[in-house]
Design a protein around this ligand. Sequence first.
Ligand code: NAD
Length: 422
Amino acid sequence: MNLDTTVRDGMTPFEAVNHFFARAAEINQLGDAAIEVLAGTYRELRVQLAVRRDDGSRLICNGYRVQHNGARGPYKGGIRFHPEADIEEVRALASLMTWKTALVDVPFGGAKGGVQVDPSRLSEPELERLTRRYTDQIGSVLGPQRDIPAPDMNTNAQTMSWILDQYGRKYGHTPQIVTGKPIALGGSYGRTEATGRGVVMTMDEAVSDAGLGDPSEVSVAVQGFGNVGSWAARIAAEEGYRIVAVSDIEGGIHVPGGINIDQLVAHVADTGTVTGFPGSDAVSNESLLELDVDVLIPAAIGEVITTENADRIQARIVVEGANHPTTPVADRILGDRGITVVPDILANAGGVTVSYYEWVQNNQEMRWSLEDVNRRLEAKLRRAYQQCREFQSGHEGLSLREAGFSLAVARVVEAAELRGYI
Ligand code: NAD
C-alpha cells in the first residue's frame, strides 16, 4: 500500500489525499488492516460511453463511479464532467467524501463520479444523452440506500433531473437517488447555495479565531465563480466582507475597494464570464492567488496552491472551497508560514450536509423551510469546526487539516470495526 507520511512533489491526487490520511493513521495509531482498507477503494466502475452527437457522429469517452468506503452509510458524492476527471482524480475525490461525511457526522460513506469530457463543447441535447447513458451504465451500483450522486463541477440541478428520470424509468420513481435536485422534483431549499454558505460559515470561525475584526475590515479573493465561488462571494458580501477579486476559467478581476457582487452576477448572466466587469482591473488566475488579501478562497479546480506559489501566498487564511486545491508540500509551506488553512473536508462540507437534509426530507416525504435548513447547517458546521479546534488544542502543533482528518478517520474506523470490516 503506497502510504506516504513524507511530503514530496509529483504526488497523484489520490496519493496526496492518502498522504493526509497517513498522517491521521499515524496520529490514531491504526493497525495494518485498517490502513490497507482505508487507503484503497471499495469499488471502481469504469464504463465506456458512446453517445450520438447532433451531427450524427459518436462521442466516445470514459465514465467512472468510485465508491471509497461505506462503513458509515450509503456512498455519497458528486458527479463531475471534466477532461481531467480520470480515475486517479475520481479516487481522490471519492476518498475526500468519506472523510468529509465523517467529519461533519452525516451518516454516509464516500463516493465520486466522473465523466472525462469537456462539456463546454457539447450541446444541451448531447449533454442530456451523455447523462442518461452514464446513468444507465452505472445504475446498477447506485440506489437510494446504496449510492447517491449529487452535482459537482460542470453538473447542476438539470443534470440531477436527467439522472432521476433515467434511473426512475428502470427502477421506479426514486427522488432520493440524487441530491441537488430542483425544488420541483423534491430538492431542498438552500441546497444550491449550501456549499458556498458553508464556506462563509467556516471562514467566519477562522476570521474570528485570527482576530481579524469586523467583516468590513476583511478583504477576500475568490478563485472560481461557479456554484461554490459565486455563492460564497454573494453570501460573504451580504455579511459585509470586502470581495476584492474573483475569477473564472477566462481570467479574473480586481477591484481594491470591493466588488458589487449583485452587479457582477448580472454581468456574468449577460456575458458568461466575470472578465470585462466595468470598473475592474484584469488579473490572471495565478496572480489572484498571490494578492495581498486577508482571506483567499480557492473555489475552482484542484492543485492550484503548489510548491511553485506557496511562498508567495499573502493571505492570512485560506478557505478551501474547492477539493484538494493545496498540494501536501504547499500545505506544509503554508503551515510553516503561519497561514491558517481551513481544509476542504470542513470548508466545503456544507454541500453534502444539505444533500443529507434533502435525502432525509425525501425519505420523510416532507419539506423543511429554508430557515430550518440553514439553522441545522450552521449548527453542524460550527460544531465540526469547534471539534477540529478542540482536537488541535489537545495535540500540540497539528494543523486544522490534520485535526479534521484525525477525527474523521477515527469515526470511520470505529464504524468499520463494529461491522467487522477490519
Ligand atoms: P462549477 O462548475 O459550478 O464552477 C467552477 C468554476 O471554476 C467556474 O467559474 C469555472 O469557470 C472555474 N474554473 C474552471 N476551471 C478553471 C481554471 N483552470 N482556472 C480558474 N477557474 C476555473 O463547479 P463547482 O460546483 O462550483 O465546484 C468548484 C469546486 O468546489 C470543485 O473543486 C468541486 O469539487 C468543489 N465542491 C463543489 C461542491 C458543490 O456542491 N457544487 C461541493 C463541495 C466541493
